[in-house]
Each structure stands twice: as C-alpha cells, then as structure tokens.
Design a protein around this ligand. Structure first.
Ligand code: ATP
Ligand code: MG
Length: 248
C-alpha cells in the first residue's frame, strides 16, 4: 500500500536506448538515444505522431522486445542480463500490458481471457475477481462472448480488465482509450488512476488523447525516435494537433 512505497525508488531507468531494424530498404533507426527515469508510483504519458516509435518503446520497457543497444532497468533488474525465460518470469511477476491491438485469446470468452493471468499466477477466486473486473469496465452482460463477438471498444475493455486483475507493479498501456467513446474512455481513465493511487502501480501510457495525458504526472513526447519532455500546456496549436491526431 501507499505507506510502504518509497517514491524515490526507480521503477524504470532507461539509458542510451537504441532500436534499429533491418528492412528491405536498409537499416531503420526506430529509437535513437532514449533516456528516462520513472519513479515508483509515477504516471507517465507518451505522446507523439503515428510511427514515431511509441509502441516500440513500450514493448522494450515491458521486456517484450530486445533493444539494439542501451540498458533498461525494471524494478531494479537489468533486462540485458536476462534470457527469454527470465524475462517472461519478470513480466509475469511485475508487469501488465494493454496492447494497442488487444491481443485477446480468440478461443476464450471474455471471462476466461480475464481469468487467465490470475489462474497462471495462482490467484484464488480468479473467476469471481474476473467477473468483478469485467463489471467495473461495464461488461457484466458480455462474460461469455468470444472476442470476435465483441465490438472493438468492448475488446479493449476486456484487455483492460485482464491487465488489472493481478494488480501489476507497472502497467504499460498502448492507447488504452483509443477505441472508446468519451464516457467509457473517462471510466477507464478513472480506473487507471485509481489503480495508480490505491496500489501504487506505476503507469506508462501511450496516448493521442491530450486530456488523458494531462491527467498523468508527466508528459513525454516522442518524435522520430527521440523523446523529450516539453511543457504540454505550452505546446503550439500545430504541435497540439500532431500529438493528438487520430491514428490511421
Ligand atoms: N519490426 C519492424 N520492422 C520494420 N519497421 C518497424 C518494425 N517495428 C516498427 N517499425 C517501424 O517503426 C516505426 C515506429 O513504429 P511504432 O509502432 O513504434 O510507432 P507508434 O509511435 O506506436 O505509432 P502509432 O501511433 O501509429 O501506433 C514505424 O514507422 C514502423 O513502421
Ligand atoms: Mg503504436
């Protein structure tokens, strides 16, 4: 609980992070010299135009991908020293991820999708917990639907319920409100910040929604693989519209 949290402890430290991939057109630098420090219990928004490298960065921070160079320390553990199995164990213990493309299991119902991480972690009453999470995201009437029988926004809410069920230490969310109307978007944002405050979960959100970004403690902006921390309140109207532009 909050009393036990030392807010000076680093949840994530990133040093000189680079990501380069080889494409048919040659080498492509996606991330270029990223440095960040995120303290435990912080909430961080990452804004920036489509294609600037936000999802790539989130995947690296969550130990889902491997950088070309540089170091990430997640809750005191240097990711470069871990093999794939150790990274998977670290993710299971400390991290939840809300993917931009949801990544629900097609053959499992909404309820089973949300139960899955809880069952894998040996949580008691996984079914009841999953039901109550789905209720919190407004889906108690869709428990037995498969992902393909749900709308995009409903799938997103299932993914959010699944990410919350194990009360992660760090929650990474890639456009968590991207497919939601403003009422559901506000409800999900309220849940994210409740988790941040009640359980001291560190939040790292990618968003095009400046209103959501401004609810976070800090706002970072990605542009062409470079990360900066401008004062978003003072962005020019041109920058404002770039950062909040809809994807696609
Ligand atoms: N494995 C890969 N191979 C080649 N190019 C890649 C690869 N992964 C990402 N890219 C490219 O890197 C750039 C950054 O991608 P990324 O998905 O991180 O962008 P983003 O900022 O999340 O964009 P959006 O807001 O549209 O989701 C894009 O131009 C993408 O095409
Ligand atoms: Mg993205």
């Amino acid at each position: 609980m909050s009393n036990n949290i030392d807010r000076n402890i680093s949840a994530i430290t990133v040093t000189n992070l680079n990501k380069t991939v080889v494409t048919q057109e040659g080498e492509l630098t996606i991330l270029n010299g990223i440095n960040i420090e995120v303290k435990q219990g912080d909430s961080i928004a990452i804004l920036g135009p489509s294609g600037s490298g936000k999802s790539t960065l989130l995947g690296l921070l969550a130990a889902l991908d491997t950088p070309s160079s540089g170091e990430i320390v997640l809750d005191g553990v240097a990711l470069s020293g871990l093999n794939e199995e150790q990274k998977a164990a670290l993710r299971k213990k400390k991290v939840s991820f809300i993917f931009q493309s949801f990544m629900l299991v097609d053959t499992l119902t909404a309820l089973e999708n949300v139960m899955l991480p809880a069952e894998l972690s040996g949580v008691k009453d996984a079914k009841q917990k999953a039901q109550s999470m789905l209720e919190r995201v407004g889906l108690s009437h869709r428990l037995n639907h498969l992902p393909k029988q749900l709308s995009g926004g409903e799938q997103q809410r299932v993914a959010i319920a699944r990410a919350f069920i194990c009360e992660p230490k760090v929650l990474f969310a890639d456009e968590p409100t991207g497919n939601l109307d403003s009422v559901n978007g506000d409800k999900i944002a309220d849940m994210l910040f409740a988790l941040n405050q009640e359980s001291d979960t560190t939040l790292v959100l990618v968003t095009h929604d400046l209103h959501l970004a401004k609810r976070c403690g800090r706002q970072l902006v990605m542009e062409n693989g470079h990360l900066s921390e401008p004062n978003v309140v003072n962005l020019s109207s041109q920058q404002h519209s770039e950062f909040t532009a809809e994807v696609n």
